[in-house]
Ligand binder design. Structure first.
Ligand SMILES: Nc1ncnc2c1ncn2[C@@H]1O[C@H](COP(=O)(O)OP(=O)(O)O)[C@@H](O)[C@H]1O
Ligand SMILES: [Mg+2]
Length: 368
């Protein structure tokens, strides 16, 4: 077994492949980045945690061979938690989190409702939030429809745009449109409000929230949002890595890349919609959110290493916080600014892990 000098353990999601985990290329990159900077990086799966022996069986990347070697390691000093489908592994997770010598680099936001409830307590952040309610009964939707005429319902779990629907009910129109849970675009019209509500009531049982529909589209009718990636740097401070504009298809409601959206730079897009003064104000407000929100959310939900903020801008130029992702994708940054932001986006977790490890060693008295 390796002698423990401290290492970063990536808790990965199991996958039926070789090696048996998802995001292999990303973890390979992190392993190489770790090697360059003197921080060993190993990948492990929840099944690899041995509670009795206090060890983990994991994978070490061998650059010469270009392959992963299965090995037994002591417990990681730092864990980068990238595990999806956590319910099955509650025992291992709880145990690992309870180990005094294991530090988690990041925690997860449970769902959109718990995040909303935290954010809305802060006066400044609350001013950017659309009123949001969990759909505990059809009455919640009815009431929202009465006030706003058009609402959006969406699953409280992050879904890359799946199941996000706009519901309209007024004198002349009763309809639902958006994406179903399989990501197909649909539009359905109904005779009256009752038929519409009945249809909603029969949707697959997932927990949903409802909020007013915001016109977050360009004059051409493409929905768009701004993805802001904020990450911890090597001093443990939050910095904005970059922002990218994502725009969806004109026939759709969502701007997620998985739904066929495209990523471009922000300024030219906003310039085509707003005058210079408005654009500067929008960008300034987005910066303010990026500076305030991360440490605030950490104070409520535990340490984080990166957050993806989905920011909407309506036709009047009002800025909205649409979603906070604690496991953000990085693909929006691949093609913009020659991919320079993408490299920073990928390597950030290693930098913050270094910082945490040094802090830990100082606290343990290993370093004078
Ligand atoms: N209230 C809303 N009004 C208009 N469009 C919305 C609203 N909420 C979400 N959207 C659109 O749907 C997309 C996905 O919603 P989001 O809350 O980010 O959920 P997820 O990405 O987890 O599916 C957003 O990026 C935005 O384009
Ligand atoms: Mg989103």
């Amino acid at each position: 077994m390796e002698k423990s000098l401290g290492y970063l353990g990536i808790l990965a999601t199991p996958k039926q492949s070789n090696p048996p985990f998802s995001r292999e290329a990303f973890y390979r990159f992190l392993s190489k980045e770790g090697m360059k900077t003197g921080l060993p990086v190993y990948v492990f799966l929840p099944e690899g945690v041995d509670i009795q022996k206090k060890t983990v069986t994991g994978y070490r990347y061998l650059p010469q061979q270009g392959s992963w070697e299965l090995k037994k390691f002591p417990l990681p000093s730092i864990v980068y938690d990238c595990l999806w489908g956590r319910r099955k592994y509650r025992t291992q997770l709880k145990w690992l989190k309870a180990q005094a010598n294991v530090t988690f680099l990041n925690h997860f936001l449970r769902n959109k409702i718990t995040t909303y409830k935290s954010l809305v307590q802060d006066e400044v952040l609350a001013s950017f939030l659309p009123p949001t309610k969990q759909v505990t009964s059809m009455n919640v939707i009815k009431e929202m429809l009465q006030v706003h005429g058009e609402v959006v319902i969406k699953p409280i779990q992050s879904t890359s745009g799946k199941g996000v629907m706009k519901i309209t009910s007024n004198q002349t129109t009763h309809q639902a449109e958006g994406r179903d849970l399989k990501n197909n675009i649909f539009r359905k019209r109904f005779e009256n409000k009752e038929a519409l509500l009945k249809w909603i009531g029969n949707l697959p049982r997932v927990k949903r929230l409802v909020q007013p529909y915001l016109d977050l589209s360009s004059p051409e009718g493409s929905p768009f949002d701004i993805r802001v990636l904020v990450q911890k740097d090597s001093k443990g401070e939050w910095v904005e890595t970059g922002r990218a504009l994502r725009s969806g298809t004109t026939s759709g409601l969502t701007s997620n890349l998985c739904g066929g959206g495209r990523a471009t730079t922000v300024a030219p897009f906003l310039e085509s919609m707003f005058n210079e003064e408005q654009r500067m104000e929008i960008e300034r407000q987005i910066s303010a959110i990026g500076e305030k929100l991360p440490s605030y959310i950490e104070s409520k939900h535990g340490r984080m290493v990166e957050l993806g903020l989905d920011i909407g801008v309506d036709r009047k130029g009002k800025v909205w916080i649409i979603e906070v992702n604690s496991r953000p994708g990085r693909n929006s940054f691949k093609r913009i600014e020659n991919g320079t932001k993408y490299k920073t986006a990928l390597s950030s977790p290693i930098k913050y892990a270094h910082y945490l490890l040094e802090k830990k060693q100082k606290a343990d008295g290993q370093v004078p």
